[in-house]
Design a protein around this ligand. Structure first.
Ligand SMILES: [Ca+2]
Length: 205
């Protein structure tokens, strides 16, 4: 075989390999795109959020030694942005502290840089110039644990009624390909507070 033929075979082989790698990459990028929606209409029960779990980082309550401040997240049917249901987030904020949220894990491509966007609607009964609570969200490769893990998206009382909030980050996934997302509220004023969340949408691109 002449030197020229060897070079030709090498070049053609390199082009074929590059094409195959390109096709595999394109397929992986396409297959890593996903959209997950949660409208809270089809849960097993009002306290079972399916893939979602209620969690918190809350202070102890000096009025109830040994216990943390009262809080709950549960599905309710008195307010909804879609269908019949939303989730109610209640916390006793009198210690001027506490963050409560709904979290879930999603599986994405391993060792990749996905852009993760989480959007949701939050309902406040009234508008207030005081920041009573902050609307918070999280997207990361580990489960959120403390208030400081969360991004503040705005004040919960920016409007009376429903308002949409969005949080977008680009992540570096590890070999597990795990991503955690969470949405919730964080106390900013010493009072009891109740808000509602509906129509959570997670987009991975
Ligand atoms: Ca709903």
């Amino acid at each position: 075989m002449s030197g020229l033929n060897k070079i030709c075979i090498f070049v053609v082989s390199a082009v074929v390999v590059a094409l195959i790698i390109g096709i595999i990459n394109a397929f992986c990028i396409l297959s890593s795109r996903q959209v997950i929606r949660e409208d809270f209409e089809h849960l097993p029960s009002d306290d079972d959020f399916g893939e979602w779990t209620a969690n918190s980082h809350v202070p102890f309550d000096p009025n109830s030694p040994g216990n943390t401040v009262e809080w709950h997240i549960r599905r309710v049917s008195n307010v909804s942005h879609s269908g019949m249901y939303s989730v109610e987030l209640f916390i006793d904020g009198k210690q001027d502290d506490g963050t409560i949220w709904l979290e879930r894990k999603i599986n994405v491509a391993a060792n990749a840089q996905p852009r993760v966007s989480v959007s949701f609607w939050l309902y406040s009964e009234q508008e207030s110039f005081n920041t009573i609570a902050a609307v918070v969200a999280y997207a990361g490769t580990a489960k959120p644990v403390v208030e400081e893990d969360f991004a503040v998206l705005g004040a919960a009382n920016e409007a009376a009624g429903w308002k949409k909030y969005v949080h977008t980050v680009t992540l570096n996934t590890d070999s597990s390909g795990e991503v955690w997302v969470a949405v919730g509220i964080s106390v900013r004023w010493e009072t009891y507070m109740t808000y509602y969340i509906d129509d959570v949408k997670i987009e991975v691109a």
